[in-house]
Design a protein around this ligand. Structure first.
Ligand SMILES: [Zn+2]
Length: 367
């Protein structure tokens, strides 16, 4: 033993000089190698595929302990099973919210959890912690949560302490006006978590992430309340979306047009999603399946490509530029409607609106 130690010292590493290679029990080995040891990289990979945490590759440690601590599992010793984490929310709902809203909030989260379960890939997103926190309050009161200083509006945000979390500041006017948005916003933000999980947080391009969340939010109200903004033709969709669709790849704050006056309520981004679905349907794909390809397949495909354009090509068998060109040459006449709150030209998107009977279940329940 003494000889072995001095031999390691010669190699120049003081830390290695005190390394033990023999252990009497797995608990001792795991104090040094928490996920166990493998005899080779191939064995470590086998352990991972069997549902274990990746062990350290230590040929010598493996060899010296295989009799005492064995028999080995696929070439590894003292493995530890990956703990299956359940996705769970923790609600932080302020007393400023009406009881009716709180009850409906719980119903909506449960409905969405059944039809759109959050993928277990969420646990590989670095700044996601369990339980996933939701903070909600009525804008009639100042932000009551000291954990999220300065927070407002509705979003999935991150901070060092909580990781990603959902913020729902519901405008007081939505209660007094009985606006369905006080409920649809829950579906919108929930769908962003669904996207974050499937894409491992690659949220690109913005017209698909925001347009997709907008479409899901309207499909939710159509299904559960019998009405949606599709009924009013999704007005206004800016004509800019036809002349400059590439500008919708980014938020306004990042130099693009998503969320800008050319994308009021993300209507223009949602139109791009609906137009893409329409082009897929033109190939004979069913409506529900076409929505699934855009809202689900594309998002799942993102981690497997160097950039979103590659995922787009793979899922839709279409080049992004060809999609933009087709959009520009589509026939979307001007609505001719001029509202004092909307400047510019709005287009009629009636041709690409989803059927009234389409449900989230039909889209996402397909295995
Ligand atoms: Zn959003």
């Amino acid at each position: 033993m003494g000889v072995a130690i001095s031999a390691v010292v010669v190699s120049g590493s003081v830390a290695h000089a005190v390394d033990r290679v023999r252990f009497d029990q797995c608990s001792e080995l795991q104090a040094r190698f928490p996920t166990g040891v493998a005899k080779s990289a191939v064995a470590a990979q086998s352990a991972v595929s069997l549902g274990y945490e990746r062990p350290a590759v230590r040929k010598k440690v493996f060899r010296k302990n295989r009799k005492t601590l064995g028999p080995p599992t696929a070439g590894s010793l003292c493995l530890s099973k990956i703990e299956v984490k359940e996705f769970a929310f923790q609600y932080n709902l302020d007393s400023s919210l009406p009881a009716g809203w709180v009850a409906e909030f719980e119903t909506i989260i449960n409905n969405l959890g059944a039809v759109l379960p959050i993928s277990e890939r969420i646990h590989s997103v670095p700044d996601v912690k369990m339980p996933f926190q939701i903070f909600a309050w009525n804008s009639a009161v100042p932000n009551p949560f000291p954990q999220i200083p300065g927070a407002g509006g509705a979003s999935i945000s991150g901070n060092d302490f909580l990781g990603k979390h959902m913020i729902l500041e519901i405008p007081e006017s939505e209660f007094t006006n009985n606006s369905l948005h006080r409920y649809s916003v829950i579906a919108h933000e929930y769908f962003h978590i669904y996207q974050i999980a499937l894409s491992e947080d690659i949220m690109q391009p913005t017209w698909i992430t925001e347009g997709g969340a907008k479409v899901v939010e309207e499909l939710y109200t159509q299904q559960y309340y019998g009405q949606s903004e599709f009924d009013g033709g999704l007005f206004p969709v800016s004509a800019t979306v036809l002349s400059n669709p590439a500008a919708f790849e980014k938020y306004e704050r990042d130099g693009g047009l998503v969320g800008s006056p050319a994308d009021i309520n993300y209507n223009s981004s949602a139109f791009m999603v609906l137009a893409l679905v329409d082009m897929l349907e033109a190939r004979g794909i069913s409506e529900a399946r076409a929505f699934e390809m855009v809202l689900d397949d594309f998002v799942s495909e993102l981690p497997d490509h160097a950039n979103w354009r590659g995922a787009f090509q793979a899922v839709f068998s279409m080049n992004v530029q060809d999609f933009y060109t087709a959009l520009g040459s589509g026939s979307y006449p001007s609505t001719g409607v001029t509202d004092d709150w909307f400047e510019g030209s709005a287009i009629d998107v009636g041709a690409v609106l989803p059927s009234k009977s389409l449900t989230l279940n039909a889209i996402f329940a397909t295995p």
